[in-house]
Write a protein that binds this ligand. Sequence first.
Ligand code: DAH
Length: 338
Amino acid sequence: MKESLVEFQKNAEAELNSAGSREELLAIRTKYLGRKGLLTTLLRKIGSVSPQQRPLVGKLSNEIKDVLSVKIENALEEIAYREKCETLLHEKIDVTLPGRGVSHGRIHPIVQMSREICEVFSGLGFSVVKGPEVELSHYNFEALNIPEGHPARDTQDTFYVEDNIVLRTHTSPVQIRIMEKQRPPVRIVSPGKVYRPDSDISHTPMFHQIEGLLVDKDITFGDLKGVLTYLLQQIFGEGTALRFRPSFFPFTEPSAEIDIQCIICGGAGCRVCGRSGWIEILGAGMVDPEVFKAVDYDPEEISGFAFGLGVERIAMLKYGISDIRLFYENDRRFLEQF
Ligand code: DAH
């Protein structure tokens, strides 16, 4: 038995001396000292040893166990130490490396554009107000003098939520909501999302408009022209040429569309302006008496002008962006430029 133990120790130490890795050391520990290891197997035979010899054999086996444990432990520590030295040798901190930037969100270009426009109007004494995006068809259509059967009422142009509830197709219903609540004078702009089932290079099913409304005594088309000319020169620069063209909207009479001289070609004619040299940018007009009647204003006493503009379109022109969908793809390389 004693010889077996000495033999056991010799073998274990021989293996230990040739072991080079942590895995090997752990395997040796399991093999010799583990619960089902060789030492356990050996000690099962202690029954065959004479009672006088037994304590000695027990003591010897304990000593061998302790010696081997310590050796393995030391070898493991040695390896860990060597690994650490190795890492420290190669892993240098390069203090010349630039730090990692803190990335922070920023305001979406459409929101920036919208705020810029509203600020011009705030400077002129207009208040900024909001209206609901899910709208009664009464406000979106009827009260704006868009009768049933008008092409704009066709399901093709409108997302219907229910028979009489729509996703607003324009910001014009805010005009009605404000006039219902407030007596003249009224001076508001209202930015927000609008919805139409359209999708291509210049249309997204959701886009942004800003509605404007000014109602007071003796408001004329000259006021409309002055205010909108001022706005566009603030946004596009003093020298920007504009063109007021007669048009039709059910809620204004007379109505106009306002074109800006093409920013891209300077009026010479290009692909962006359809070779005309002009780009339509705003709808506007004098508030139709029918609209005033719907909100119980007296068209004999007051008059007013209204306008609606598309924020994406203005941003596209201002920044020379040719595809509206870029605004909504959330590509940071695009968004970070604003
Ligand atoms: N609501 C119109 C549209 O979405 C734009 C518009 C035109 C608004 C003339 C107005 C206006 O207030 O007077 O196409």
